[in-house]
Ligand binder design. Structure first.
Ligand SMILES: Nc1nc2c(ncn2[C@@H]2O[C@H](COP(=O)(O)OP(=O)(O)OP(=O)(O)O)[C@@H](O)[C@H]2O)c(=O)[nH]1
Ligand SMILES: [Mg+2]
Length: 472
């Protein structure tokens, strides 16, 4: 990591490009204040390099004339400039933020001016990468920054904030330190007899090893929660034509998103929306009613419905309780059963007279929840949302205190680490000598170090930060 250059100035537009109230151009690096001196004209003529840290200044960004004799100055924008001096800044370097009018022209012009004056364009996530390289945060915390940006619900935001505060890092570090002590004992016991070692006895060591393994396994088993909080789930509403799929979509979204008519075959294409259902980011998909048809457009819509079903995490099968099951319903039921997906059976049109044999349908889905609703009157929709919550969390919803795995990288490392500890325990049980056991413990320590970034390759780092947006 030593060969990484950290002495240049990086610059990026840190707000989304487009028309808006305020746009921010952010600079970070040893000489970023000197650069600001060249382009910022304060109302009181004071230079940014003389500003106190964490102070805000009104002035103009100006493009100065070429050469020392050229005294012309072109005003680029009226701005507010904030100075945050090292080491108490986001990157631990001198940081300058220029709040300008948001619009493509002013942002681009200020960015260009910074580039002409010695900065280079930041790579995606480079500000956060510098915060890591300068030791302000570890890799887990850097990943939490990304999770915060991407959080779609309050619960996912809370869990990302917990990781940013370093609560997960603390747990990982505790387990790693525990393993280091165990490893130290193992290494010592190779050279000294047990009597010589006043400290922990052999049995104790394996007890401790077991308890670290259990802790790691707990994080592995709760990793699905982290994944759901971060990525959410895809719930596909399906059923035969006219059963009320689009009405259900609208009822959950609380807006008239999908077209609803009494004509079967109204929905022709799949419609996707992200909605917060009891803290879970759910991509809800309304599909074309599945039926046997020769109509070209309807056929294509149905083909898409089938693809959606294949990719669903959860299927909301809608049936119309005002009529008996027909062939279309039966075909869909069969297909869903073959797919082995999680299913909630939604019995719609509760407000109409019942003609459906619900008991009969239970035979097809003995383990799935059934919810009766009226999408028209919004009756039972809250019950349905609770069922979705229960089925997703399997009855164990994470609270706001959730600490744990939030991506595949972390999960993969934890799995490797647990596997190594397992091997160490197995080797001990088969009576292998201590030096054969300790290699596994050492490997497990190295893996845990990768999670937080104690030991991490440049390639792994690049991969982590490539997911970020420019300017973060
Ligand atoms: N009485 C009653 N009518 C409903 C209910 N839900 C939907 N409908 C009516 O059923 C008809 C079809 O509703 P849609 O939501 O368009 O049904 P769909 O399943 O999306 O239909 P396609 O897109 O054609 O497959 C409309 O006239 C709705 O007003 C309900 O709970 N009760
Ligand atoms: Mg529809």
């Amino acid at each position: 990591m030593e060969n990484l250059k950290l002495d240049d100035i990086i610059v990026a537009v840190s707000t989304p490009i487009g028309e808006g109230g305020i746009g921010i151009v952010r600079l970070s690096g040893k000489d970023s204040l000197k650069l600001a001196d060249r382009i910022f004209l304060a109302k009181d003529d004071k230079k940014p390099s003389r500003f106190k840290t964490y102070t805000v200044h009104y002035g103009h960004i100006v493009k100065k004339g070429q050469g020392t004799k050229d005294k012309r100055q072109e005003v680029v924008d009226e701005v507010i400039l904030t100075v945050m001096k090292a080491p108490r800044s986001y990157t631990k370097e001198d940081v300058v933020e220029i709040n300008c009018h948001s619009g493509i022209a002013p942002l681009k012009k200020i960015l260009d001016l910074c580039l002409i004056n010695g900065a280079r364009l930041a790579e995606p996530g480079e500000f956060t990468k510098r915060a890591f390289l300068n030791g302000r945060i570890d890799v887990l915390q850097a990943e939490a920054v990304l999770d915060i940006i991407k959080a779609k619900t309050e619960l996912s935001l809370r869990s990302a904030l917990n990781n940013l505060e370093g609560l997960f890092s603390k747990k990982i570090n505790e387990m790693r330190e525990n393993l280091i002590e165990i490893y130290a004992y193992m290494e010592a016991s190779i050279d000294f007899s047990e009597e010589d070692l006043n400290g922990l006895r052999k049995n104790n060591i394996f007890k401790r090893l077991n308890s670290v393994k259990n802790e790691i396994e707990k994080f592995i088993s709760s990793s699905n929660h982290g994944r759901i909080l971060r990525q959410g789930i895809k719930a596909v509403i399906c059923g035969s034509p006219n059963v009320g799929k689009s009405s259900l979509m609208n009822a959950i979204l609380k807006e008239s998103r999908s077209i609803v008519t009494h004509v079967p075959g109204t929905t022709r294409d799949t419609i996707e929306e992200i909605v917060n259902i009891k803290g879970i980011p759910v991509t809800l998909v309304d599909t074309a009613g599945i039926t046997n048809t020769n109509h070209l457009v309807e056929k294509e819509g149905i083909r898409r419905s089938h693809i959606c079903l294949e990719n669903a995490d959860l299927v909301l099968l809608v049936l119309d309780q005002s009529r008996k099951l027909n062939k279309d319903d039966m075909d869909i039921i069969k297909r869903i059963k073959d797919n082995k997906k999680e299913v909630i059976v939604v019995i719609n049109k509760l407000d109409l007279r019942k003609a459906l044999d619900i008991k009969g349908i239970r035979r097809f889905f003995p383990k799935s929840p059934f919810v009766c609703i009226s999408a028209l009157n919004l009756d039972g929709v809250d019950n349905l949302e609770n069922e979705i919550k229960d089925i997703v969390w399997k009855g164990k919803a994470p609270g706001s205190g959730f600490i744990g795995v939030s991506n595949e990288r972390q999960l993969d490392i934890l799995r490797r680490s647990a596997l190594d500890i397992n091997e160490a325990i197995k080797a001990h049980k088969s009576g292998l000598p201590m030096d054969c056991i300790s290699v596994y413990v050492r490997s497990s320590i190295e893996s845990l170090g990768e999670i937080t970034g104690h030991v991490i390759t440049e390639k792994a780092l690049d991969k982590i930060f490539s997911e970020f947006c420019i300017g973060k």
